[in-house]
Design a binder for this molecule. Sequence first.
Ligand code: SF4
Length: 417
Amino acid sequence: MNNTLDLHHHRLFSPGQGYWPEATPEQWNDWQWQMRHSVKSLDHLTGKLQLTGEEHAGVLLANTKLAMGITPYFFNLIDPFDPDCPIRRQVIPRIEEMTYAPSDMADPCGEDHDMPVPGLVHRYPDRVLFLVTDRCASYCRYCTRSRVVSGVGEQELELDFDRAINYLQKHTEVRDVLLSGGDALLLSDRRLEDLLHRLRAIDHIEFLRIGSRVPIFLPQRITPALCAMLRQFHPLWMSVHVNHPRELTTEVRDALGRLADAGIPLGNQSVLLRGVNDDPAVMKVLVQKLLRCRVRPYYLYQCDLIQGSSHLRTPVSKGLEIIEHLRGHTTGYAIPQYVIDGPGGGGKIPVNPDYVVARLPDRIVLRNYKGDIYEYPDVTPAGQEAPTPAYRRLEFIDPIEEREEITSRSWRAGRRD
Ligand code: SF4
């Protein structure tokens, strides 16, 4: 992959007005202007980007599946001379999107089955996902909800806020509501405020969350007025979506800073994508930059089996390798949980490198991030016999010499510290 780390990955820089020098600073900083000037067609790309054959064909077909739409601000992050640019791969359609692998699905997370009311996904006992719009500031080519977002796919996203609120009023077990879509931050301040007021008026709802890529695609939307409005609804948390260090510009840092200053705890969800961030060195820069922007890396998702995304998917071993390269090698706060969404509706399942070498009745054998072996003598509760081990790696127990070798290595390693 062409992802050599240059200074751009480390620096926070501004892409500037780039291809839109004629815009006044007021226009450029106006999020509605950005949306009106979104790059949506082959015509809009003319003179800006020399498309590859795969991209040209992809752009022509995109509006039959998942629309192309890229804010001018985000478009300027694309390297026009690099067909493998990690920003480009996320937002410029390619003809491979029309190839469906046998395991691909239209609704890989099985959301439609768990929708008691249009737009409301109630899968887990105490929380719901509330889809409030089908529009996004730009469209990610691997979007797990591409069947309903952008308005050109097979399905239309039905919305009925009254029925959704009514359902939530009756379901007292729901304590957590996640607003998503599409992107909830594309609603006007007034509409979003009205919706948040209605949710806050429900006593048993303790916690509100917004999942949004707007701070990344359209940092101009994060106005002081929006932040002042949102802060009325605490506890309100936000998950943003950054995949590559180059997305963290000075504009994005400032937008995230305004949200953080409004008391909104920020987490990040990245999707592991081939040719974008499937490199431990790139991910390490990303997670460290996120901390500098006051965002806690939260999840690293294995790419869902969304139709036409196989060219962007990586082996699971790549995700494990990335976590292995982060754990112990950088700040604990910087390490996201790697998850696979169980295909068809299994929810998020954590996947971790294995640090447990063996479990014995009286001890657990562990390896640390450097591969050194340690034994921790386990506690057997009073009055109970030592438990049967959940699993054991027999090669460490038999022959006995090997076990002794491990014990003495762990002792030596332990003494070093
Ligand atoms: S911002 Fe989220 S919902 Fe919108 S296209 Fe990207 S992944 Fe899909």
